[in-house]
Design a protein around this ligand. Structure first.
Ligand code: ADP
Length: 284
């Protein structure tokens, strides 16, 4: 099972997106290749198309024209009922954390594993490990509102990585936390990338923050990619990633679930916890 995921790549082929009722090209003829194990910053000013770019990767939006291929599969052609299964390959981190306020730190992370039908014995072991990776073992019994913004984002990161996601997508993950903590979050993403081979795609407008890292930076403006600094390190990471993936136990991507609440969680990615969220509910 996992072997098919070893070489996961993401390709954008002539992708454009025009939202219904508008004539603005939120994405305009985007061509792009992201290899397994890359760490990519996506930058651009407000309205440039960054969120739209991420939404097409998580299959919340479908291109108006062009095609996106993930791990050899066209996301355009993916049937809606397959989307929750597809999203099991992704860990998603949002600016507003999207933790479930009524659950403890431990249960927020464990919930992501319940959702995919993981066995109980794996849940306790892996949640403990994920919390230790983000340095929050001591806060396992706390509730989100007892934590700082940076700590809440670390819980969200633990949730994103507990299922061995192939790709972590982080949408302005440092947007709501103070600058010192911001660097901690990106450092953690970097560790996950280097140690586990997870592909990281992070949207940010914090140019000063990303200048501290030697990573690929893709700049979007008016829906176009206007620069892309693919870096040789990328290729070294891709090799390490393939090795790491080959040594990683298989995920639970194929564990079927009939539980409507769980499928809803995977469709909405925790949006029901924050019904006001703007990024919630468009589907093409
Ligand atoms: P960014 O994330 O870089 O701020 P977005 O991807 O959100 O940019 O937006 C790109 C363009 O698409 C903007 O012109 C924005 O107004 C438009 N847009 C985004 N979402 C929608 C939507 N749901 N309906 C209509 N237009 C949208």
């Amino acid at each position: 099972m996992f072997s098919s995921a070893v070489n996961i790549m993401i390709d954008f082929i002539n992708v454009s997106k025009v939202y219904n009722g508008t004539d603005v090209k939120a994405l305009d003829d985007v061509n792009l290749h992201i290899d397994k194990g890359e760490f990519v910053f996506i930058v651009g000013s407000s309205g440039a198309g960054k969120s739209t770019f991420l939404k097409t990767i998580i299959r919340e939006e479908v291109p108006t024209s062009g095609e996106i291929i993930f791990d050899g599969e066209s996301l355009n052609l993916m049937k809606p009922r397959k989307v929750p299964y597809y999203r099991r390959k992704l860990g998603i981190v949002f600016q507003d954390f999207r933790l479930i306020q009524t659950k403890t730190v431990y249960d927020n992370v464990a919930f992501a594993m319940h959702v995919i039908g993981a066995p109980q014995k794996d849940i306790s072991r892996r949640v403990a490990y994920a919390l230790s990776l983000v340095g929050l073992s001591a806060k396992a019994k706390s509730y989100p509102n007892q934590l700082s913004g940076g700590e809440q984002q670390r819980v969200a990161l633990a949730r994103a990585l507990v299922n061995e996601a192939d790709v972590i997508i982080a949408d302005e993950p440092t947007g709501n936390i103070d600058p010192e903590m911001s660097k901690d979050i990106v450092d953690l993403l970097e560790q996950i990338n280097l140690n586990r081979g997870t592909t990281i795609i992070m949207v940010t407008h914090e140019v000063e923050l990303i200048s501290k890292y030697n990573k690929r930076v893709i700049e979007i403006k008016n829906g176009h990619i206007i620069s892309d600094t693919a870096h040789p390190e990328v290729f070294e990471n891709a090799e390490a990633a393939n090795e790491a993936a080959a040594n990683t136990p298989s995920g639970y991507y194929h564990a079927p679930t009939e539980d409507a609440e769980i499928e809803k969680f995977l469709m909405n990615y925790g949006n029901e916890a924050q019904p006001d969220s703007e990024t919630a509910q468009e589907d093409a």
